[in-house]
Write a new protein. Structure first.
Length: 176
């Protein structure tokens, strides 16, 4: 099944050991081309691997890439757009869900441009515990540097040029 604009699909995040890590029950397809998939959600139910559930608070526009080893979530909060970036495998869609492997490292970007790298301890622990191959380590660490560079240069979506347009599209698609 092909992804189409307006379609509702879940997102499944896995760890390197193929264990399901987190499920977002619903996201709306906003745009797709051969490089990026853009989705949106608001107040979406999230299920953790230990069974805990919670709901996203604010609207979010998510960017999943076919080649880049990260995905980007732009959360539209009252004080501006906060970005949360997951170092991860490129996404795939198998007819069931948007799927990717989460490689622990995260980058948080605040509206003022401040960048914080998160979960370095978790990455080092899982690197050993799950035996990340050397080529995966190299890719993840290189992609982290590329991502930070992209953030500093304010490349899409960090320039905010389309995130509000995608949010408007999300609101129109979810009114139906």
């Amino acid at each position: 099944m092909k992804l189409t604009t307006g379609m509702n699909v879940p997102i499944h995040s896995y760890k390197h050991n193929r264990i399901l890590h987190r499920i977002w029950k619903n996201t709306v397809i906003l745009d797709e081309d051969q490089h990026v998939l853009v989705t949106g959600h608001k107040k979406t139910r999230v299920i953790e691997d230990d069974g805990r559930c919670w709901y996203t608070k604010e609207p979010a526009i998510c960017y999943f890439y076919t080649e880049a080893w990260y995905n980007i979530i732009g959360m539209l909060k009252k004080d501006g757009v906060h970005f949360y970036c997951n170092l991860s495998s490129p996404y795939l869609y198998d007819g069931e869900a948007i799927k990717y492997i989460d490689y622990d490292l995260d980058v948080k970007v605040f509206p003022n441009g401040k960048i914080v790298i998160l979960d370095e301890k978790e990455y080092r622990m899982h690197l050993k515990k799950m035996n990340y191959p050397k080529d995966v380590q190299d890719i993840v660490e290189n992609e982290l540097q590329l991502l930070v560079s992209k953030i500093k240069r304010k490349e899409k979506p960090f320039d905010l040029s389309d995130i509000y347009l995608y949010y408007e599209k999300y609101k129109i698609l979810t009114k139906k």
